[in-house]
Design a protein around this ligand. Structure first.
Ligand code: ADP
Ligand code: MG
Ligand code: MG
Length: 201
């Protein structure tokens, strides 16, 4: 399996931006059910800014691609998801340091740190019906393969449907959050799906 360079990370985030743009309406509909109907537009704005920045100023190390993208998300997304995804990417990028190439397993370890930082920032854990329900299993899957990460993220996102939200806006709904997929878990599955697509293309 080839190692991953800065160009790979740029192609991943471009693919993630395309997936978010394509599914923005679906993400916003999910957020309309248990939130404030802005998740698709929030992320679409953020990832469009990420793509623009990467085109203007492409970094030459994987870590720098992720920290830069994280910074852009934090500054361009108004909702809770901006600082959370921004923290995920910034922390993961920091873990990768300035290595010119990294392995899939190194990326999994870096993302595990990032997921830990998201949990710390938002005070959520597994089963709270948030993006963590897709991201935590995705990181474990990524230690095995890109495909396992994508499948685990998708399954984790779908498994949020019967859960009662305990963090974020949806928590205000209490039992009325049950029966709906968490929008952030759905977008996390898109981001991890884009990673697997980029690796296997
Ligand atoms: P907002 O709720 O501010 O409108 P978004 O709609 O963009 O922000 O994002 C909502 C998503 O953010 C949720 O579906 C959930 O996955 C995630 N989220 C919200 N709060 C938290 C938290 N404390 N920890 C982890 N994820 C969270
Ligand atoms: Mg929202
Ligand atoms: Mg909002």
């Amino acid at each position: 399996e080839p190692t991953l360079d800065a160009d790979f990370f740029i192609r991943w985030l471009d693919a993630a931006a395309a997936a978010v743009a394509r599914d923005a309406d679906r993400l916003t509909e999910l957020d309309a059910a248990i939130g404030d109907a802005d998740h698709g537009s929030n992320l679409n704005r953020g990832f469009a800014a990420v793509t623009r920045r990467l085109t203007e100023k492409p970094p030459n190390a994987p870590g720098a691609v992720l920290t830069g993208a994280g910074r852009t998300l934090i500054s361009s997304v108004g909702g809770a998801s901006g600082p959370l995804y921004g923290t995920l990417l910034r922390r993961a990028g920091k873990e990768l340091g300035d290595a010119p190439r990294v392995s899939r397993v190194q990326l999994a370890e870096a993302l595990r740190s990032g997921v830990g930082a998201v949990a710390e920032l938002g005070g959520a854990g597994g089963g709270d019906k948030t993006m963590l329900d897709a991201l935590q299993p995705a990181v474990e899957g990524l230690t095995r393969s890109f495909g396992a990460a994508a499948t685990a993220a998708e399954e984790g996102a779908l498994a949020t449907v019967p859960l009662r939200a305990r963090r974020g806006r949806a928590a205000y709904l209490g039992d009325r959050s049950i029966g709906h997929q968490d929008p952030g878990a759905a977008s996390s599955a898109l981001l991890i799906g884009a990673l697997a697509d980029t690796a296997t293309r």
